[in-house]
Design a protein around this ligand. Structure first.
Ligand code: ADP
Ligand code: MG
Length: 687
């Protein structure tokens, strides 16, 4: 059972059946229709092993109403012996018609007689090799043993819609009753209410689950409120002198937009408090989050503390590093400070030198990839951590970063940045413990990106047009899809495209970027593209996030139908960063089926219809559902197992309203409730 992650009795009790089988009745063979799964009781009239077309056991049975042939391709000699002519069996399986009369393939058989069960038989999700019977026993034992005291306050029953029976409105079942029922439902229940989870027993579970999630989020908020962080205040500068932050603002090559100014103020206000900041900076691709990070870092540095910035890929971290060095170092050097660089690809010696800078505090800012949170990294006095493209990081990594920061009992301020807006339902449930700042305006002078959807049969024509654009000095990204099953196929695909485009575009320097290249190779290619020497860059999705080359104004995405919606939007955001009109071409291929899937069509349509990241995120959620949206693999522990945010909005609202009240008035029950549902996973919800 450990294999299934089922440790405590309550874990077992909450391991609910996938479906049910009705073994409560015996069906007469003559009444069984083709395709029905039925249970019969019958006597063996013939039993023989056939060798052709392959070895199998054929058993003929008769229940007095009709006969049926049972076929077993794998069987033991003992089984053959037991199914002797004249023996009686209780047999369960799917009835097939067919020319040779009724048949069942590999039915389950047990000796006839004995009482019929009173309840439907649960079928549990199991790990390979674990028999149902074993899981059933373990769960039944756990159900008897488990303590399930009522945790919901009496005056706070969840709103459960439409549940009436002949006695009027049914009271909400207790958790124990709900679980007992779901593990062994009575045969008269409408199976559809179990399947669509509308049954009150299900509602009870969903309500409890959502409440646990909300409680743990509010608790996290309370815990954070009790933690201390350094209050980062920019010291007053000598009369007439602008502060470091003012100096940075003046040195930037552009004026901040009103939205950028506003979020900078929100962040600075958070950091000036002694409570650790936990803020998400949300802004569409290209809205200019990096410079906000730089301004925030400067506040931290001016206050005398260290800042760390972490990005999910080498290329992106590298670009941030270059940018931040350019913006900040002129101001840092006179103070005897620097910007340090940490990456996994770094040489040992360089890395050691960087670690030294970080530990001594000479590095006022540390930029890098995951390398920033590795154990050997010792900060001198870290007070602000910025995580770019936060959804690309796992929860564990975010937790590790927080662990780093403990300095004399202090926690760091945390700023997360993302281009993917969080839809309202998710914001209410998963991110209730997060403050959000939104950059809702793009820097001026951007021309909207025109998006075209083209079948790949028009690729040649497209390449001719590109040639004309390239001749005018414009730069182009050409993205090849990642082929999930095979990295090497993916690579050969990109390589072939590179060769094809090089041949078709004489006189143009065509580059190639893919995930197998070393960091140094990637860097060299990126530099050539960024400097404008390279006209066209063929890339796998390694360029997905954050890359910033303002002169690139055309983006071609091949096999666009294979990409997710938010991925397409992120990719498209690589262009349209300068003043020239930009375009994005989505090439699709109908493949062997000759047509696009419906969801593929919907994604491409959404891309053509809107440039608005919020709208894209909303449609993405519609198409994919929240599991994928959150990156289920990363935050699996935090995922809801029973509740569904689309269907259970009323329960979510209820849980949200109840959680703070319950924590204040019934802290013990609240604690008990969290423990019951989340055990030690509660930590993950807080990251
Ligand atoms: P993202 O929010 O996607 O991370 P970036 O921070 O990479 O966006 O910014 C996109 C581009 O816009 C960069 O070239 C950046 O220098 C530029 N930029 C940012 N803010 C402004 C501004 N206020 N005015 C003009 N350009 C800006
Ligand atoms: Mg960015």
């Amino acid at each position: 059972m450990l294999k299934l992650g089922l440790v405590r009795d309550i874990d077992l009790a909450l391991h609910l059946p996938l479906r049910y089988e009705d073994e409560t009745r015996i069906t007469l063979l003559k009444n069984a229709r083709e395709g029905d799964t039925v249970q019969i009781e019958a006597t063996v009239t013939a039993c023989e092993v056939q060798q052709r077309p392959r070895r199998m056991l054929k058993v003929t049975v008769d229940d007095g109403s009709a006969t049926c042939v049972l076929t077993f391709f794998s069987f033991y000699a003992s089984q053959q012996k037991a199914m002797a002519v004249g023996s009686r069996w209780r047999i369960r399986g799917e009835v097939k018609g067919g020319f040779w009369g009724r048949q069942m393939l590999h039915p389950t058989c047990k000796a006839a007689g004995g009482e019929l069960p009173q309840a439907l038989t649960p079928i549990y999700p199991v790990a390979a090799g674990l028999p149902q019977a074993y899981v059933r026993r373990a769960i039944a034992t756990a159900l008897q043993r488990v303590q399930l005291p009522e945790t919901l306050p009496r005056d706070a029953q969840p709103p459960i819609a439409n549940y009436w029976d002949e006695n009027g409105l049914k009271p909400l079942p207790s958790l124990r009753d709900a679980l007992l029922f779901l593990h062994n439902p009575s045969p008269d229940v409408a199976l559809s209410t179990l399947e669509d989870r509308s049954h009150p027993a299900w509602q009870r579970l969903k309500a409890e689950e959502l409440l646990a999630q909300q409680l743990s989020q509010y608790q996290a908020r309370q815990v954070r409120a009790s933690l201390r962080a350094p209050a980062l205040q920019v010291p007053p500068s000598p009369a007439g002198q602008p502060s470091l932050v003012e100096q940075l603002r003046a040195a930037l090559p552009f004026a901040l937009t009103a939205a950028q100014e506003r979020v900078c103020r929100e962040i600075a206000a958070d950091m000036a408090r002694t409570q650790p900041m936990h803020r998400l900076l949300q802004g569409d691709v290209g809205s200019g989050k990096t410079v906000v990070a730089a301004m925030s870092a400067m506040v931290c540095i001016a206050a005398g503390w260290q800042c760390a910035l972490m990005a999910p890929t080498e290329i992106l971290a590298e670009q941030h590093f270059a940018k931040l060095v350019g913006w900040l170092e002129p101001l840092l050097v006179p103070m005897g400070k620097k910007v340090a660089w940490l990456s996994g690809a770094q040489r040992k010696k360089e890395r050691a030198a960087m670690l030294e800078l970080v530990a001594s505090g000479e590095a006022a800012l540390v930029v890098g990839t995951h390398a920033v949170i590795q154990e050997q990294v010792q900060f001198h006095n870290l007070a602000l951590a910025v995580i770019d493209e936060q959804h690309r990081f796992g929860v564990a990594q975010r937790l590790a970063l927080r662990g780093k920061l403990a300095h004399a009992g202090l926690e760091p301020h945390l700023l997360m940045m993302s281009a993917t807006p969080i839809p309202r339902t998710l914001a209410m449930s998963y991110y209730a413990d997060l403050d959000v700042s939104v950059i809702d305006e793009l820097p001026p002078g951007r021309t909207p990106i025109v998006t075209r959807v083209l079948p790949d049969s028009r690729k040649d024509e497209l390449i001719q047009r590109l040639a004309a654009q390239l001749a005018q000095g414009r730069q182009v990204y050409w993205v090849c899809p990642l082929i999930e099953e095979s990295e090497s196929l993916d690579l050969s695909n990109a390589t072939a495209t590179h060769a094809e485009l090089s041949a078709a575009l004489p006189g143009v320097l065509v580059g190639l970027l893919h995930s197998r290249m070393s960091a140094a190779e990637k860097k060299a290619v990126m530099e050539m593209f960024a400097s404008g020497q390279m006209g066209l860059l063929v890339a796998t999705t390694v360029i997905e996030v954050g890359v910033d080359v303002p002169n690139a104004s055309l983006m071609v995405i091949e096999h666009a139908e294979r990409f997710g919606l938010s991925q397409l939007h992120q990719l498209r955001g690589r262009v349209g960063r300068g003043a020239v009109a930009s375009a994005c071409v989505l090439l699709y291929s109908v493949g062997e089926s000759g047509r696009l899937s419906d969801s593929g069509k919907e994604r491409l349509r959404a891309m053509a219809e809107t440039n608005d990241g919020f709208e894209i995120a909303r449609r993405d959620l519609e198409i994919r559902g929240p599991g994928e949206f959150l990156g289920a693999r990363q935050s699996g522990a935090a995922m809801l197992r029973f509740a569904d945010l689309d269907q259970d909005m009323a329960l979510l609202e209820w849980a949200r309203a109840l959680a703070p009240r319950m924590l204040a008035r019934f802290p013990q029950q609240a604690q008990q409730h969290i423990e019951r549902w989340l055990g030690n996973k509660a930590d993950y919800l807080k990251a």
